[in-house]
Design a protein around this ligand. Structure first.
Ligand code: ZN
Length: 431
């Protein structure tokens, strides 16, 4: 089966490409790119055409930080519904965090997740395995076994690895395997019982705060350990000004540190908590305008490598409770693209750089054969209209959960088609 995507602007940072091109897909692979109207098709060949007029054609997006809740919490999300949500958001590859039940800390769980994804998932799924057994922070998981089973990185996300000696040994394995450790940076004794950023707003609202120093101290410790042991550190969902600066300095020293930011952390501040909407409760929490400005600076100077959603679906029973008691996190896959494109309007990033932070850079960091329109690659493609305005409607989410603070937001940038291995897995209906 041959497909031609015509009349679009192709943006493929892995090939330094940003120009009008037609793209030909054959047998699920990228066959060729050519000037508009100039692609050669063999005589008599059956071709289906996708018109990408006014659209950007780019590699399908990568999200290296999602929680799909299966096994264990299928009422919030399954691998199948999570993959559908990804496709609706323009993502063709996702990496799932290990805080399922059972925890992904053994080969059999990794293999179970990967085989479910093969059967039921419409996008590519990668597994991140636990650093410590049961995420308890007491002893290391069988990292070598987990790597053999296909884990692409290690993380106790949702929790930090508090024990210094354990983290030091984990870095030694990280070095041996050349796989990154993804840290959820939070010193737990400083945040215990907290439910939002500690500051003026938390004081006014009478809610217990989580100081940004809890993040900074952990980032500092990890960088110090990394400097000693070698290995690779990837800081998950960076949210504080000082943490951004610590990563900047570590990079300047040549250390192998990368980091990600979630769209909510460059879109909202703790002011959003004033209405006590539990959809503004996440970990790390929404911080101050100073932090948001530092994050934007970090995005623009390259300190912050990638955008990842921290997609954290929760059922209504987990969120329709008092603020203090609500679960942390929001669904992210179906709002990430338009929220990231706001950075273009704000002149923080070019559209090319937004796409880079969602395609080729995550692929490089995690060493994945994805995020590129190079010839011969799987035809994993996103077609989106960057100027199409619409309002976010959580009732239309493909995720099983609807916990988002962005319901009703007017945004720009609509996913039109998501294609995986040449097959359309999502198309926008006319609305
Ligand atoms: Zn986390």
């Amino acid at each position: 089966m041959t497909v031609i995507i015509k009349n679009g602007r192709v943006i493929d940072p892995s090939n330094n490409l940003n120009e009008p091109k037609d793209l030909l897909i054959n047998k699920g692979k990228i066959h060729s790119l050519g000037s508009p109207g100039k692609l050669n098709i063999a005589n008599g060949e059956q071709v289906s055409i996708i018109d990408a007029k006014n659209c950007v054609v780019c590699p399908g997006l990568l999200d290296m930080h999602v929680h799909f809740r299966e096994p264990g919490f299928e009422y919030k999300e399954t691998i199948e519904s999570g993959c559908n949500s990804a496709a609706a958001g323009g993502f063709t590859s996702v990496a799932v965090m290990p805080n399922t039940k059972p925890v992904n800390d053994t080969r059999s769980v990794t293999e179970h997740i990967l085989s479910l994804a093969k059967k039921e998932g419409i996008v590519n799924l990668y597994a991140i395995a636990a650093i410590t057994k049961k995420l308890q922070g007491e002893s290391l998981s069988e990292m070598s076994d987990l790597k053999d089973a296909g884990a692409i990185a290690f993380s106790d996300d949702g929790r930090p690895v508090m024990n210094n000696e354990l983290m030091r040994r984990a870095f030694e394995y990280s070095k041996m395997f050349n796989l990154p450790l993804i840290q959820h940076s939070e010193v737990l004794d400083l945040t215990e019982g907290g439910c939002m950023n500690e500051g003026m707003v938390s004081t006014e609202l009478g809610l217990k705060g989580m100081p940004s120093e809890a993040e900074d101290i952990m980032v500092y410790r990890d960088i110090a350990l990394l400097e000693k042991t070698g290995g690779r550190l990837h800081v998950a969902h960076i949210s504080s000004k000082n943490s951004v600066e610590l990563v900047r300095q570590a990079k300047a020293k040549g250390l192998s540190v990368t980091c990600e930011v979630a769209p909510h952390h460059f879109t909202l501040t703790d002011e959003a908590v004033r209405g006590y909407d539990t959809n503004t409760k996440m970990s790390p929490p929404l911080r101050t305008i100073k932090d948001v400005e530092a994050i934007k600076e970090g995005l623009s100077d390259g300190t912050i490598d990638i955008i990842a959603t921290d997609h954290a679906p929760h059922d209504i029973v987990d969120k329709q409770v008092e603020y203090q008691n609500a679960c942390f996190g929001i669904v992210g896959l179906e709002t990430a693209l338009p929220l990231s494109l706001k950075l273009v309007e704000e002149k923080v990033l070019s559209i090319y750089d937004v796409i880079k932070k969602l395609t080729s850079t995550p692929a490089e960091i995690f060493n994945l054969n994805a995020g590129s329109l190079s010839q011969g690659n799987d035809a994993d493609i996103l077609i989106f209209n960057p100027t199409h305005e619409y309002s976010i409607d959580i009732s239309k989410f493909h995720s099983k959960s609807k916990n988002s603070p962005f319901d009703g937001w007017e945004v720009k940038g609509k996913v039109i088609h998501t294609i995986v291995r040449g097959k359309t897995v999502y198309s926008a209906t006319e609305d």
